[in-house]
Ligand binder design. Structure first.
Ligand code: ATP
Ligand code: MG
Length: 589
């Protein structure tokens, strides 16, 4: 393959696009790989398409090696299957819906569980047909609330989605493991570091799920790790629940004036002076903070919720949202408070909430640390007053618990494997043991050995192909531009002809042709009247792993061969240039 810069459809940009906050987005646009068509929607240019095809090829090879067979579904789908599983409404505003000319409802698929289930139901009917794993590499649509970072979170994106079908749980376990192993091979081949994290299932449903997160500072997900090998998305971390505390000796609750204590710190300082605890000082962790939020169901129905948690912790909105999915969480506004005059802002206490309040009180969920017998300072439901020594289980209860408090470095891992450390990552893959939810909803059964109908058990497995490409750009760049690993680079070698000399262009052309005829992918900068400085800057921006400079050295019979990053430049005799480059390409791919 030989691409000539003189005719290649590409325009590199010297300026960063105004809307790009992360390096991969900036560089993919500047290097002419993608162009924005609409928010979160991108057009692929020739160089970008080449990289995308290579990432897809790795994914396809490993899927095939794992025994999965490729099919391809439309993106435009009828509503009915999604209605049967409840997802037409559960996805809420996150799916693109449209109508055909007859008024029929359609959607642009965000993921394809329903369609795969129906396809297998259509064609298969016996346990002898299973196990089966199908996959596709296909365009997905999600009307994301906050499309960002270019390809990282698009509203149109390419996903590899695979689905497994088994007659029993043991079979599902095998199919799940085969996909998990394939994912490890895919990301290893791509040179993308990953951490396998326990995850929540979200709108997908199902019993077990794990996410593959690529650690990077710009990642939107926070995950935790312990030295003992526990790893989880913070959304899936469960709190280590302390034992109940005996409260026979606890004093009766008493309401106190707490003037001038707008913050938790000032409240704690005041408490230690005005009503000290005999056994130890009050701390922020002894205050019970009651945070009001609004849950918006996919149907649009709005409900208030109060989360009670120790005052030294904040509510983590992503954890809360994962806990209340498919509802979305909004901050409570003036209208919400106006509808509930019992909620005195800044002084909300348990007495007016959930089971403690009258009929119609706002639902109340507690952090799991608020176990029976714990003693709290909390709002007294009157401005300027708090209640002290309010004992959980004695003086108040709740409608349940919720995992919504922030997870902090140093918190104990739920499996007892040590303290947690926190890091950020981007979700590049997600695997789910779905179980029978979709098969049951859509009637996918097979006859077992005894002729009895069994509901099939399923798994679903996604790789964000375009997000993976962005992640690769994110971890393979420097301040000058992209620096692709050879197995996904748009070309192996970038031959740059510098100067005006006919002889230079003739020699460069010959090297490019020779390499190309040996099956090496060559990008050849043959542009006349473009300065060497511009050509070098473009080579650095485009990020092809090997650069061959044909220019001034030609008078001495040499060309320069240098890697895009790392390593050193070599002067190689013109006659040996093709051999040497071929050798280096071999080492790289
Ligand atoms: P996220 O939590 O990032 O919104 P998700 O959990 O909704 O992702 P899944 O339904 O698990 O995503 O989809 C499988 C894979 O598709 C994800 O692991 C991710 O790599 C990719 N993906 C999901 N949403 C997007 C998007 N908006 N843009 C690009 N890739 C995406
Ligand atoms: Mg996911």
């Amino acid at each position: 393959m030989l691409l000539r810069m003189s005719t290649l459809f590409v325009r590199t940009l010297r300026e960063d696009p105004a809307d790009a906050e992360v390096a991969s987005h900036r560089l993919l646009v500047r290097a002419g790989y993608i162009r924005r068509a609409a928010p979160g929607i991108y057009t692929w240019l020739p160089l970008g398409l080449r990289v995308l095809a290579k990432v897809e090829a790795v994914v396809r090879e490993e899927m095939t090696a794992a025994g999965a067979q490729e099919v391809h579904f439309p993106a435009l789908l009828p509503k009915e299957p999604y209605e049967a599983t409840g997802r037409w409404s559960e996805y809420g505003p996150n799916i693109f819906r449209l109508k055909d000319r007859k008024g029929g409802d359609y959607l642009l698929a965000p993921t394809h569980e329903e369609m795969f289930t129906l396809l297998v139901k259509d064609l298969y009917s016996s346990y002898k047909d299973l196990p089966l794993t199908l996959f596709q590499v296909q365009t997905k649509y999600r009307d994301e609330a906050r499309p960002r970072a270019g390809l990282m979170r698009g509203r149109e994106f390419v996903m590899k989605d695979a689905y497994s079908f088994d007659v029993d749980d043991a079979g599902l376990e095998v199919s799940y493991q085969a996909q998990r192993d394939a994912y490890e091979r895919i990301f290893t081949r791509l040179g993308l570091e990953y951490v396998i994290c326990a995850a929540t299932s979200g709108a997908m449903g199902g019993s077990r799920s794990e996410e593959f997160l690529a650690p990077m500072a710009i990642g939107e997900d926070t995950f935790v790790r312990s030295a003992g090998g526990y790893a989880a998305n913070v959304e899936a971390v469960t709190t280590v629940v302390p034992d109940d505390v005996p409260y026979d000796d606890a004093p009766q609750a008493h309401v106190e004036d707490t003037p001038g204590t707008p913050t938790i710190d000032s409240l704690v300082a005041h408490a230690n002076v005005a009503f000290p605890r005999p056994d130890r000082a009050w701390t922020a962790a002894d205050t019970l903070k009651n945070v009001v939020v609004a849950l918006v169901q996919p149907s649009g129905e709005r409900e208030l919720l109060v989360v009670g948690l120790p005052g030294d912790r904040e509510v983590d909105m992503k954890r809360l949202e994962a806990a209340v999915a498919p509802a979305e969480v909004e901050t409570a506004g003036d209208a919400d408070f106006a509808a509930h005059p019992e909620l005195v802002r800044g002084y909300i206490g348990p007495s007016v909430l959930g089971p403690n309040g009258p009929e119609g009180s706002v639902r109340y969920l507690l952090d799991p640390r608020v176990v029976s017998g714990t003693r709290w300072i909390t709002g007294a439901d009157e401005t300027g007053r708090h209640v002290v020594d309010l004992v959980a289980g004695r003086d108040f209860t709740a409608d349940g618990t919720v995992e919504a408090a922030e997870v902090r470095a140093g918190d104990e891992a739920p499996d007892g494997s040590g303290p947690l450390e926190l890091a950020r990552g981007i979700e590049i893959g997600h695997i789910f043991a779905l179980g029978r939810k979709y098969a049951a909803a859509l009637g996918l059964t097979v006859l077992d050995q005894n002729g009895k109908a069994q509901v099939v058990t399923m798994g679903s497995y996604g790789v964000g192909v375009t997000r993976v490409l962005a992640a690769l750009a994110e971890v393979n760049h420097d301040d000058k531009g992209l620096a692709w690993p050879a197995n996904v680079a748009p070309a192996h070698v970038h031959v740059v002809a510098t100067g005006k000399d006919e002889a230079v262009f003739a020699a460069a052309e010959s090297i490019a042709e020779t390499l190309s005829s040996r099956g090496i992918e060559v990008l050849y900068d043959d542009r006349p009247k473009v300065s060497p400085g511009v050509k070098f800057a473009d080579a650095e921006l485009l990020g092809v792993p090997l650069v061959v400079v044909v220019g001034r050295g030609l008078a001495e019979g040499v060309v320069e061969v240098r890697p895009r990053v790392g390593g050193t430049a070599e002067q190689v005799a013109v006659a040996e240039a093709a051999d040497r480059v071929a050798e280096l390409v071999d080492e790289l791919v």
